[in-house]
Design a protein around this ligand. Structure first.
Ligand SMILES: [Zn+2]
Length: 64
């Protein structure tokens, strides 16, 4: 999953473990957000369930 840092604007990707964590989090509580930490500036970029579900593969993970 490609994310653009909301602070320094660099794109970075999330690993499988983080994706799995996010899916579990959103399944449990659809109104929360996930904080993805930028590898460069270490600031958190918020990811909502809606953004996560834009990717059909991840959307499927939420339905499992
Ligand atoms: Zn950053």
């Amino acid at each position: 999953m490609q994310i653009k840092c909301s602070s320094c604007s660099i794109p970075f990707s999330m690993n499988k473990e983080e994706i799995a964590k996010m899916a579990a989090l959103f399944k449990e509580n659809p109104t929360v957000h996930y904080d993805a930490h930028c590898p460069k500036c270490r600031k958190a970029t918020k990811i909502t369930k809606r953004q996560f579900a834009l990717n059909p593969i991840y959307k499927k993970m939420l339905e499992e």
